[in-house]
Design a protein. Structure first.
Length: 148
């Protein structure tokens, strides 16, 4: 009985830690917190929502509502299978917003990340370039006999 209780306690603790901490995604600066993708973008909330509307229109989703102010914004859309797509933008700085994207009840991470990439592209935000590791370059030269 004690072993079972300990196992259940560890499992609950692990789930709680993941829920509180959030999880990094493969995208730089993007977190996934219990199915909701979050990221910072260099744009005002109204611009984020306008870009989101363009992206959702291009994806042929049905826009249910869209509203924004200088401090926040929200757009809700539906897929052909009636899955809800909700995008929120909240002002966190002079020209910086936190964007939150949730697709469906439990969160479709891949579709959310695709929408985020498209919104950034619509806003003219260039994706981060992967950093080159100068040590790896030097090792490659040495293995070719070109290093000094």
């Amino acid at each position: 009985m004690n072993a079972m209780r300990s196992g259940v306690t560890l499992w609950v603790l692990a789930v709680c830690l993941l829920a509180v901490a959030g999880c990094q995604t493969t995208e730089s600066g993007v977190t996934n917190r219990v199915g909701t993708i979050k990221a910072m973008v260099d744009a005002k909330p109204a611009a984020v929502i306008e870009a989101a509307q363009d992206v959702l229109d291009e994806m042929e989703l049905v826009i249910v509502n869209s509203e924004s102010t200088s401090i926040d914004g929200r757009i809700t859309a539906r897929t052909a299978q009636d899955m809800r797509v909700r995008i929120d933008a909240d002002k966190v700085g002079e020209n910086v917003s936190e964007i939150s994207i949730r697709v469906g009840k439990i969160g479709d991470t891949e579709l959310s990340l695709t929408i985020l990439r498209e919104i950034k592209e619509e806003l003219g935000i260039v994706p981060d370039e992967p950093e080159e590791d100068s040590d790896t370059d030097a090792e490659a030269e040495d293995s070719n006999g070109d290093g000094k």
